[in-house]
Design a protein around this ligand. Structure first.
Ligand code: HEM
Ligand SMILES: [Cu+2]
Length: 579
């Protein structure tokens, strides 16, 4: 009986806080697996035949007679690395993990609108992770199309090893994941609409909640498209349909003649989902950073309303630019021009946000705590990564840079590194609320500085590799004379990567030891204003209900006798209410 209660309480709980933690742990496991894959890839790229003795004994099928890892296995690792990072880390940690935990607390709700749906979403997501990893263990191994799964390669079972059951499992996994994310998004949306406490008008929501809300809207429009496209591809592979298969395809000397399917249709559907997907990672991250910058500058968010509208503008414009991934796919030049132009318009709300972040910290009483440092790191990486995007958004430049390491450098900076920095920031910021203790600040700062320099050392030189013509998704460049000279830069990147990856152990050690031995803190240690800090740390099972009297960022109000007012505080400054 006790066992059943325990399972109910921790594994199958409907408490949004437990579900949030479960999502966080899943994302942590996923990032560990995925980073391991990327380390193996970098070693293969840099030292193609030297270092593989033990691994070739463990995984004989992944190595050829000369002891080199097969290019197919490299591509499988790459596909799984990208897929896991995009879906199981960046989609889960900022939105599903922190959102489930803190959205109800921040809007003063007792629970999410549909607690059971939260439970179902998590376990579906977990199932989809298991299905994805199982692709390594079926005949032919994991798929090797990259996370974009372009047909015809992805639609023909016999085209390559790895394109058999492994590809089917990849599609099944992502279909389950899409379904889970759709359910989760419905839950978020209805929660924000119906569960806000008295006084919590939309314009009093913390920007974190706006990030989660906008992301739920984007997910609700984007994931059904991925789900539908994935199912159609699965039908092509298993039922003999030809949605994405062109006629007259030659495979193994045999013409596969089917009706005129459209491989390009997949690219349209995939990127209609795929571009908004990057905002699914970055919108909550932007919310976190706006929130932390205000808290640690002791100033209101600069331009709160323009932040809200910029968030919504980015969410909307994100759906109008998918064609910038298809400039070399043979689309009409007029279409390319349109997509170029629309892509550049996204720079406007992004720049508004960036200027507002500077406006927020300008003249503030800045406290360089670890969450603040990570937030500043986010801004730096977001700007640098974003500048690369302005190059790629021009079709004329992208024709050259497409599918080179310039793209790899760009997306690792903007969605990989910057979103991960926001996750670090959120972890350090909310840790005292979740655990009642603080993470170690010194360890956090060392981790921040080395990781910050590290990600620049890894991903900035990749832009130069790309400009020099180094293609992406190649397991080896030593066969190409013109690329041989780039090998020293690859070596530099790999060494920087080894240092940076090992430094992540500091974060892990800090996270684990602080649970038991971190400095005990008073309630609301950062002197923050939002509702989650009115509940005990760790919060009790039932959230407290409160009434909200003011906006989310009442820091350093003129004439006030203290430098912050919580949203629950009524007079004496209600006249300064900024709703
Ligand atoms: C230690 C950090 C990381 C390292 C060393 C690393 C390394 C790599 C490498 C070597 C590739 C293959 C490039 C190629 O051959 O074309 C790759 C691809 C990729 N990585 Fe990472 N990565 C890291 C972190 C991340 C993060 C945090 C994300 C999250 C967005 C991410 C997302 C991707 C994606 C989407 C791909 C493309 C896969 C594809 O082409 O289908 N990576 N990464
Ligand atoms: Cu895009």
């Amino acid at each position: 009986m006790r066992r059943i209660i325990c399972l109910r309480k921790y594994l199958f709980s409907q408490d949004h806080k437990i579900i949030g933690l479960q999502y966080y742990l899943l994302a942590l496991l996923a990032v560990f697996v995925s980073i391991t894959f990327s380390v193996i890839m970098r070693l293969r790229l840099t030292w193609p035949s030297d270092v593989w003795f033990i691994m070739s004994k463990l995984l004989p099928t992944a190595f050829n007679e000369t002891g080199q890892m097969t290019p197919e296995f490299y591509l499988s690792l790459m596909t799984m690395h990208g897929t896991i990072m995009v879906f199981f880390v960046l989609t889960l940690a900022p939105q599903a993990a922190f959102g489930n935990y803190f959205l109800p607390l921040q809007i003063g709700a007792k629970e999410m609108a549909y607690p059971k749906l939260g439970l179902i979403s998590f376990w579906l997501t977990f199932l989809s992770f298991c299905v994805l990893l199982s692709a390594f263990f079926v005949t032919g191994g994991a798929p090797l199309t990259g996370w974009t799964a372009y047909p015809p390669l992805s639609s023909i079972v016999s085209s390559q090893p790895g394109q058999a059951r492994g590809m089917d499992l990849w599609l099944v996994s992502l279909s389950i994941f899409s379904l889970a994310t759709i359910l989760n998004s419905i839950n978020f949306l209805i929660t924000v609409i119906t569960k806000r406490t008295t006084g919590m008008s939309l314009m009093r929501l913390p920007l974190t909640c706006w990030g989660w809300l906008a992301t739920a809207m984007v997910s609700l429009l984007a994931f059904p498209v991925l789900l539908a496209a994935g199912l159609l591809l699965l039908f092509d592979r298993t039922l003999g349909t030809a949605f994405f298969l062109p006629s007259g395809l030659l495979i193994d000397g045999k013409v596969i003649s089917l009706t005129d399917g459209l491989p390009l249709l997949w690219q349209h559907l995939f990127w209609f989902f795929g571009h908004p997907e990057v905002y699914i990672a970055i919108l909550p991250a932007m919310g976190f950073v706006s929130h932390f910058l205000a808290t640690f500058s002791r100033k209101p968010v600069f331009g709160y309303r323009s932040m809200v509208f910029a968030t919504l503008a980015i969410a909307l414009l994100g759906f109008l630019v998918w064609g910038h991934h298809m400039f070399i796919a043979g689309i009409s030049p007029y279409l390319s021009m349109t997509f170029s132009l629309l892509t550049l318009t996204i720079a406007v709300p992004s720049a508004i946000k960036t200027l507002n972040w500077f406006g927020t910290i300008w003249g503030g009483k800045i406290q360089l705590t670890t969450p603040m440092l990570y937030s500043l790191g986010f801004i730096s990486l977001f700007i640098t990564g974003g500048l690369g995007g302005i190059f790629l958004g021009q079709s004329s430049l992208d024709i050259y840079l497409h599918d080179t390491y310039f793209v790899v450098g760009h997306f690792h900076l903007i969605m990989g590194s910057s979103a991960i920095f926001a996750i670090f920031a959120a972890t350090a910021f909310w840790f005292p609320q979740i655990v009642g203790r603080q993470m170690n600040e010194d360890l956090g700062k060392v981790h921040f500085f080395i990781t910050f320099l590290g990600v620049y050392a890894i991903f900035l030189p990749m832009h130069f590799l790309g400009i020099a013509g180094n293609p992406r998704r190649y397991a080896e460049i030593s066969e190409f004379l013109y690329l041989n000279e780039l090998q020293p830069l690859h070596k530099f990147i790999t060494i920087a990567m080894l240092v940076t990856v090992n430094v992540q152990l500091l974060f892990l050690i800090n996270l684990i030891t602080s649970i038991f031995a971190g400095k005990k803190v008073k309630e609301n240690p950062w002197k923050a204003t939002t509702l989650e800090w009115t509940s005990s740390s760790p919060p009790s099972k039932d959230n407290a209900t409160t009434i909200v009297y003011r906006g989310a960022y009442d820091f350093s109000l003129p004439g006030a006798n203290k430098d912050y007012f919580m949203q629950t505080e009524d007079l004496p400054n209600n006249s300064l209410d900024n709703s």
